[in-house]
Ligand binder design. Structure first.
Ligand code: M6R
Length: 617
């Protein structure tokens, strides 16, 4: 996790760093810091807390902020608690070298012992302080140049990193390197921008280079970029890409929080996901490049394993249902963190699908590498264009949901489901496991989903009223059956993440095997009770809850009578087929979590302890 930023050029670095850090806070926000360089010196300021607290400290401490070279960091703690000392940048014992780092150095402890034996001392508990001192040690022992010392130290460490290093005596030079953690470089004629993603520098340039794993670059003011391989110092030819980022997508606009904006964007993002793929919905023509060009692999697949984390894992469970239903291929869904640490059996005709909004989730990335190593064909579903996962899969489909800034995933979830629906229908069509009529009906219905979501978004006021009643409870239960069971899981995750209320998602029928013991007059139960999908069984479950005085908040179809009479509160959604229903049933659950968190006064976009992309194990 963590966000890193840097600037080297002719402009004042400070505003670029501070504004950039604010845009990178989604990557971590427990502490932050900057270093600005001038001739033979630098000023350093770091603090526990968010970037606005750093700004305040810089102002009150009158920190010198003038300079045209600088680096900055926003942290999500891995080694050492969030405090001023553990915040980045970190400085070597001589005070000469300054570093920012995103990632984890796994063998830092062994290196620390060697350094301690050689007289080095450490102020912080971080692995980063060990690395910068290791570089200093190698440089002094061997009279290496800084670039050589950085390169050789990186060949000795185990772990993941994107780093930027500056020598205070050479403020016209920054060395950057990457392995496992993302690093983008913005390039103009006389300046370089360094960042964990390109958003902080799109205001200044659309020329970008994404460093690949195992690459480092020596950036010098007024000089051309010098790109090298870390392993052998081999010089590389930089491939510079033109960025296409619409800045409006990364502004809150009229919304109080990005999460609310992103919830409301879903009718549009689903259309964007469908664009160019659902070609003629009336006769059902689906085109997905990555499927088309690997048609035989999907037709002959004996089994599909979907690997993901968090919300993407919930979308995967929905994918399991869809693929088994339409394509009649057995599907397994795995947590990436579990998959990567066992010895999974991957047969020749086993297709692996990895799903990730960020495309940077460390566990998913490692699972993907493992699957590839075992010879599997890997298909990726990612949102962030050019992300690590997107770059190394064999084929894939972007979700095209646009930047998702709120830490709690919303629009990326429905965009992932949309891709999975298309995928399952397309493979089903190839394999003739879905009849034409059903296929066409679903294609047509898919087109109507954005409108249905729009309709549900208008129920926000009544959801707020429900939220006012329950915002103070300690526990929530979420129930769903079939394809709406993963939606229940997702609703519970949303509530936990942003309101810190404990919530459990369960298959409704499982309630009587345990969770029913929790039900009393203080327990709100959110239950998805739409007409298509075990309605009668769900009615029975609701009766069981009411018999124990539980409070029922039911998601029902418009025109519903039976559940509406039993439930304490109903949220109405339009009628739709069961297979597509998660695209709509999740909307009220997102709004409920959002409203409850707002009433409780929580920071919805940046919940405690979390970060948008989890780039550590
Ligand atoms: O970027 P990814 O989809 O790989 O991220 C996976 C999870 O970290 C993510 O979905 C997380 O659970 C979100 N905070 C959920 O809202």
């Amino acid at each position: 996790m963590c966000g890193i930023i840097g600037y080297l050029g002719y402009r004042e670095a400070y505003p670029i760093l501070i504004n950039g850090l604010k845009k990178l806070e989604y990557r971590g926000y427990d502490s932050s810091g900057i270093a600005i360089f001038y001739k033979n010196g630098y000023s350093l300021c770091k603090t526990k807390g968010r970037v606005y607290e750093l700004e305040r400290k810089i102002y009150y401490d009158k920190v010198k902020i003038s300079g045209t070279t600088g680096i900055g960091h926003t942290r999500w703690a891995t080694h050492g608690v969030p405090n001023d000392i553990n915040a980045h940048p970190h400085v070597s014992n001589s005070n000469d070298l300054i570093m920012i780092h995103n990632g984890i150095i796994e063998n830092y402890h062994a290196i620390k012992i060697i350094l301690s034996k050689n007289g080095f001392t450490f102020k912080s508990k971080t692995d980063t302080e060990v690395l910068i001192n290791f570089i200093e040690f190698l440089r002094k022992e061997n009279k290496f140049s800084l670039e050589e010392a950085v390169r050789i130290s990186l060949n000795e460490i185990v772990g993941a990193y994107s780093i930027a290093v500056v020598d205070k005596y050479y403020p016209d030079k920054i060395i950057i390197a990457k392995l496992g953690s993302p690093l983008a470089l913005g390039i103009n004629e006389k300046e370089f921008f360094i960042a964990s993603d390109p958003i902080p520098f799109v205001d200044y340039t659309n020329n970008a280079l994404y460093l690949k794993d195992g690459e480092m670059a020596i950036l010098k003011k007024g000089k051309e970029l010098d790109l090298r391989k870390i392993v052998d110092n081999h010089k590389l030819h930089p491939i510079i890409k033109k960025l296409k980022i619409n800045l409006k997508q990364i502004e809150k606009g009229k919304y109080k929080y990005f999460m609310l904006k992103e919830i409301h964007e879903q009718p549009k993002t689903i259309l964007d996901t469908l664009r160019g793929r659902l070609l003629i919905s009336e006769c059902g023509m689906i085109y997905i490049d990555g499927i088309e060009s690997n048609k035989d692999i999907f037709i002959n697949a004996k089994c599909i394993t979907i690997v993901a984390c968090g919300t993407s894992w919930h979308a995967s469970l929905i994918g399991e249902y869809l693929l088994e239903e339409f394509a009649r291929i057995p599907v397994e869904v795995e947590y990436a963190s579990e998959f990567r640490y066992r010895n999974p059996i991957i047969g020749k005709k086993n297709v692996i699908i990895v799903i990730s909004q960020s495309g940077e989730t460390a566990d998913t990335l490692s699972a993907l590498k493992l699957a590839k190593k075992k010879g599997a064909f890997v298909f990726g579903i990612c949102n962030v264009v050019g992300s690590s996962i997107a770059r190394i899969v064999d084929a894939g489909a972007y979700t095209h949901a646009g930047p998702e800034i709120g830490v709690a995933s919303t629009k990326s979830f429905t965009a992932q489901i949309t891709v999975l629906v298309l995928l399952a229908l397309k493979i089903g069509k190839y394999r003739s496991t879905i009849n034409d009529y059903r296929y066409k009906c679903l294609c047509q219905e898919l087109r109507s989903i954005p409108e249905k979501i729009d309709h549900v978004l208008k129920t926000d006021n009544s959801i707020r009223e429900i939220s006012k009643i329950y915002h103070n409870v300690n526990n929530f239960l979420y129930l769903g059956r079939g394809i709406n069971f993963p939606v229940a899981l997702e609703g519970a995750l949303k509530l936990k993440e942003i309101s810190y209320i404990h919530a459990e998602g369960y298959p409704a029928a499982e309630m009587k095997h345990g969770p029913i013991a929790l039900i009393d007059e203080n327990m709100p139960v959110v239950i998805i009770a739409i007409k298509k999908g075990f309605y009668d069984k769900i009615v029975g479950n609701i009766q069981e809850i009411k018999a124990r005085k539980g409070k029922v908040i039911a998601i029902v179809n418009e025109g519903d009578i039976q559940v509406s009479m039993l439930a304490d509160h109903v949220i109405k959604i339009p009628y739709l087929s069961e297979e597509l229903s998660p695209l709509v049933t999740v909307i009220p659950l997102q709004l409920l979590a959002y409203q409850i968190a707002c009433i409780r006064g929580e920071n919805v976009d940046q919940p405690r302890n979390l970060a948008k992309s989890v780039t550590v194990e």
